[in-house]
Design a protein around this ligand. Structure first.
Ligand SMILES: [Zn+2]
Length: 378
């Protein structure tokens, strides 16, 4: 991770860089700020910069052996601690390192606790930084550094530190092993022991500014639809995690819209073979996606009703979707929409309970054909 990969946070970046140039890197720093501001990416860029062999006044080189290892999160002097769950033979951060690295690689460090728990399949549990972890940290830091000047220990979400672990860590922050740097990250500084806060230097990040968000959306997603970008900027409020969430949802919706449109058109024209081919495609999507698709169909039905009742100005969508739903009044009528709605709701329910997606999809297709035929004849 380089500073140039960080979205926004220009002032913080410059300040961190200056500490290195002035050789006054504080040995324990607490990086705070709201969700999605990029605290972990900043810590990673800082760590990379500190150990880069050819850094410039603005960034690490990105190509020296140290930078390459930092980029892959495998540098022997880079250590991570994060909340974990006791699970069979797993307990401390080291036990979860492969999962941790893979999430870092996938997201460039832009993820939150929920994403992490989901990634390690423990969605309904709360992670902790256990007391055993503190012993592990001490062991790790007492070893000599392997290759670089600084050993760097990134502790992510330090607010999850078990109370019993605190005294050992405090001692470390007070008398750190030589050339050791602690980068602590938190979203809830108010939950952290004041004794930890008083021993660390605070690095405060803020919500990402709008111009940087806009530029990053264009660069990362190639999204140029201005109305959509503005809508997403508004919804995201400087939180990069929300941008991905909204854009992903939008990507999905786009795909679902195309599918829904074709499907309904086949049903309207009674094209059984085409519907069967689509059914085949549908059955290959994952179960969650299948459920989400029926969720999307339900959303369309709701818009259809709103259109009939209040006119298209009241529908909260734009572009082709709006166009489609406001023009489909020949088969989405006051009488047929409730029937469609019930079918989609039932489908969602049956998918959840492992129904055969192909049979289910075809069943609804045939029912829709009959329903549309009747609606047309009226
Ligand atoms: Zn380098």
């Amino acid at each position: 991770m380089l500073f140039q990969d960080i979205i926004g946070q220009q002032t913080v970046k410059e300040r961190l860089i200056q500490t290195v140039l002035d050789q006054r890197v504080s040995h324990a720093q607490l990086i705070t700020g709201p969700a999605g501001s990029g605290k972990l990416p900043l810590a990673l860029a800082y760590a990379t910069y500190i150990n880069c062999k050819n850094r410039t006044a603005t960034d690490a080189c990105g190509v020296c052996p140290s930078c390459i290892k930092f980029k892959k999160f495998v540098h022997p002097d880079l250590h991570f601690v994060y909340p974990t769950i006791k699970n069979n033979d797993k307990e401390i951060s080291r036990d979860y390192l492969p999962e941790w690295r893979s999430l870092l690689t996938e997201t460039n460090g832009y993820f939150d606790l929920q994403d992490w728990y989901q990634h390690i399949d423990v969605e309904n549990k709360q992670g902790t930084i256990y007391a055993k972890e503190a012993e592990e940290i001490i062991k790790t830091l007492n070893r000599k550094s392997y290759e670089s000047e600084y050993k760097i220990m990134i502790i992510w979400m330090i607010e999850k530190l078990q109370y019993q672990a605190a005294p050992k860590l405090l001692k470390l922050f007070e008398e750190p092993p030589e050339k050791t740097l602690f980068l602590l990250i938190t979203e809830s500084p108010e939950e952290i022991l004041s004794t930890i806060k008083s021993r660390t230097q605070m690095v405060k990040t803020d919500r990402i500014d709008e111009a940087s968000m806009r530029a990053a959306i264009l660069q990362n997603w190639g999204q140029k639809d201005e109305t959509l970008v503005e809508r997403i900027l508004n919804l995201s409020e400087g939180n990069w995690l929300k941008v991905s969430e909204h854009l992903q949802k939008d990507d999905n919706d786009q795909r679902f819209f195309e599918m829904f449109k074709s499907w309904m058109s086949y049903c309207y024209k009674g094209q059984v073979a085409e519907a069967a081919a689509l059914s085949e495609e549908f059955s290959k999507m994952g179960r969650e996606q299948q459920k989400a698709f029926f969720g999307y169909c339900l959303q369309m039905m709701q818009w259809g009703l709103q259109n009939l009742a209040f006119g298209k100005e009241k529908i909260k969508t734009i572009g082709a979707e709006l166009d489609f739903i406001s023009k489909c009044t020949t088969f989405f009528t006051v009488d047929s929409i409730p029937v469609f709605t019930e079918m989609f709701e039932e489908a969602e329910y049956h998918i959840e309970r492992n129904a055969n997606p192909n049979i289910l999809f075809m069943d609804i297709s045939l029912k829709s054909m009959t329903l549309m035929y009747k609606t047309r004849k009226k």
